[in-house]
Unconditional design. Structure first.
Length: 267
């Protein structure tokens, strides 16, 4: 079961349920469209590879955190109300938080979507039993601070989107409170197998993955990843690959970075 995302086929299964595609399966996908397939298998391999998901499969409460991180989490929990969001709250506050979050990105590799597109997503999340929306408010004045959308399926939870208003990135540490609360909910309370912060990032526009590894003991779950291309893209990738570090086009650079990961190389 795969879906087409920006002309690349990706598995719709949870990472632990992915398997290597046969040549026949790849050909069948290409007949439906798309130019490339991101083929993932052998999830959480004992061997280090060039590609991985950033996951957390144990929750040790405050005791697993360093003293410095514990202090930040406690301050955030005292400063903010963190809970599941209603559709009305997401429609009322979500867009402003979303657009304000872009102010903090160091790498401007992606553009924000329209308000209409964003609100359509909020509605779809509210209609689905597989999705949760979370929201944060500052307790003292009920100012909206952050939101996240998570996808719960196949006994795991994917942290799909997290947005924090850049105006609140101060000494009150909202991100620490949000991630601690979600980790606790999905791992300790719902007892899911793991939470997933996504596959290895190509753009690193938000630095969330390094943050979670360093501060909350997420880890790299290595896997096998192969990029497969439809003709003539396979020829173009072979020709452009040696030039990947000087490419300026973001779409081409993303494909070449994924190709590098599949070969066990850096971008």
């Amino acid at each position: 079961m795969s879906k087409l995302y920006k002309n690349v086929w990706v598995s719709e299964h949870a990472p632990h349920n992915t398997s290597k595609l046969t040549e026949e399966e790849c050909n069948a996908l290409f007949k439906q469209g798309g130019w490339a397939i991101l083929d993932i298998s052998d999830f959480d391999s004992s061997s280090e590879t060039g590609f991985y998901a950033v996951i957390k499969d144990q929750f040790g409460d405050m005791e697993e955190l360093t003293k410095k991180v514990r202090t930040k989490v406690r301050k955030a929990l005292k400063t903010y109300e963190i809970r599941k969001a209603t559709l009305d709250e997401m429609l009322r506050y979500g867009a402003d938080i979303y657009y304000n979050a872009f102010a903090k990105y160091k790498v401007k590799s992606c553009s924000p979507v329209s308000k209409e597109t964003l609100e359509e997503r909020f509605r779809k999340v509210a209609e689905s039993d597989e999705y949760d929306a979370w929201i944060m408010f500052r307790i003292e004045d009920h100012a909206p601070v952050a939101w996240s959308i998570t996808h719960v399926f196949e006994n795991m939870c994917e942290y799909e989107t997290v947005k924090v208003d850049a105006a609140f990135l101060d000494s009150t540490y909202p991100s620490y409170g949000l991630f601690f609360t979600m980790n606790q909910h999905y791992l300790a309370e719902r007892k899911l197998s793991y939470v997933n912060a996504g596959w290895r990032s190509v753009t690193q526009h938000s630095n969330i993955q390094p943050f979670l590894i360093e501060q909350f003991n997420f880890r790299k779950a290595y896997c096998r990843m192969n990029m497969k291309y439809k003709f003539p893209l396979n020829v173009a990738v072979s020709l452009m690959f040696p030039l990947r570090k000087i490419m300026s086009n973001s779409k081409i650079k993303t494909i070449l970075s994924l190709e590098a990961f599949s070969r066990g190389l850096e971008c």
